[in-house]
Design a protein around this ligand. Structure first.
Ligand code: ZN
Length: 136
């Protein structure tokens, strides 16, 4: 279930970015221009707050990247794919999504551990392949 707008209530006060005065903002919506009672300068409510949510793909990429320490390419390859998809998502929805660093970390960890597993896999497959050749 997606969270509704009601779940993300803004605090009833806002701090003026110019003088730091605490102002009551209960009855106004985000995006409203407010004139500070203390310094008389105006600012847009909610513009300074980071309302973006974390990209789920970026988080999944990071988690899989960490999992690839144990599962190697079984988690490393999905970590790379999800990391790249997350970066595309974040680029297309800059004002709604964040998590670029998490996605990049997922890709880097996924790559480094996913690539390490190839020689190990080869090392495991080589004896089997040689045994097959000898059997011919
Ligand atoms: Zn002010």
């Amino acid at each position: 279930m997606e969270p509704t707008a009601i779940d993300v209530r803004r605090p009833a006060t806002a701090n003026c970015p110019h003088c730091g005065a605490s102002l009551a903002t209960e009855a106004v919506d985000d995006g409203t221009t407010i004139v500070c009672a203390a310094c008389r300068q105006s600012f847009v409510l909610g513009s300074g707050a980071d309302a973006r949510r974390y990209s789920r793909k970026a988080l999944a990429s990071l988690v899989l990247g960490i999992c690839s320490i144990v599962f190697w390419c079984a988690a490393g390859i999905p970590a790379i794919i999800l990391g790249v998809l997350a970066l595309i998502d974040i680029r297309q929805n800059k004002d709604q999504l964040k998590g670029r660093q998490a996605a990049i970390a997922g890709i880097i960890v996924g790559c480094s551990l996913g690539v390490i597993c190839f020689p190990v896999l080869l090392g495991l497959l080589m004896p089997a392949w040689q045994a097959l050749r000898r059997a011919k």
